[in-house]
Design a protein around this ligand. Sequence first.
Ligand code: KG4
Ligand code: ZN
Length: 347
Amino acid sequence: MKTVLALETSCDETAAAVVRDRTVLSNIVASQIDIHRRYGGVVPEVASRAHVENLGAVVEAALQEAEVTWGDIDGVASTCAPGLVGALMVGVTAGKTLAMLHDKPFLGIHHLEGHIYASYLSQPELQPPYLCLLVSGGHTSLIHVQDCGRYEMLGKTRDDAAGEAFDKVARLLELGYPGGPVIDKLAALGDRTAFKLPEGNISLPGGGIHPYDSSFSGLKTAVLRLVQSLKDDGVDPLPINDLCASFQETVAKGLTKRTMRCAQDYGLTTIAIGGGVAANSGLRQHLAAAAAATGLTVLFPPLKYCTDNAAMIGCAAADHLERGHQSGFQLGTRSRMDLAEVMTLYA
Ligand code: KG4
Ligand code: ZN
């Protein structure tokens, strides 16, 4: 059993948690959404400064709520890649400092591995192999989870991530930031068959489509053109609910098709969903229906573990620590890093 204090500062949530193997002892998240909303998206420099201001109190709260002392902590972990470098640096510097001060091992954790581990927090009995569909503001990935630190990326987006598409479409419909939750809410009031939109498939040079990769920038442009033509036709007010419902339906259907095909092709019977877009009700409905029809199991972690948090980082760190993995204090941060490189984080 390993007990880890984990820090997550890769984007706009300042988070700390204490995790014992797959059990969450505390999970504190200070969201910066209200700060970034006025700019319509995350401003990196503003994010770094807010992490510096908030991290001390967030760590203190995580230790207090877990009712642990430093004597109970076996290691300290920080998200070190991928993400906003300045933001990551705050968590990594704080994590290393605490580890040095209290003479504990330090572990850098890959943010996407953290999202994968979120599934274990609500399903402690889950074991690899399985397929993880990771859909967030920065990623749209189909990952074959083989073991701790062993991942094969089977599908990805060629341009915008799914959450980014929600955010961009919300912006062009003037619905504010972040776009996912508001589109989801308005979609429930609209007709999802109102408009036909492209599903974001990737055409292959030799004909046919890529079975697992997505492209969402064309879908966003299609919504833009549709809005323009509705305006040109004098449609006022715009059918916002129908636009949201049709857009969401298109994303959900496309992702579901690719995910199911991937699971079946690789003989994987369990699909775990992660990332902020896992909250989307359209995606949940489509995946649940497709899984029921094919006998596959789909796991949706609770929302608090789908969006960025430190508990998922702590869960990954506890597993690495159990296997004797730890990072050197010279470990840096990286804005980009393939999931296949995870094991290079451990000396
Ligand atoms: O995983 P996350 O918290 O942060 C990243 O690592 O990116 O995901 C945030 C993304 C945002 O793009 C947000 O619009 C999207 O998740 N999101 C949703 C919903 N809730 C959050 N997208 C669709 N439907 C939702 N209900
Ligand atoms: Zn994330």
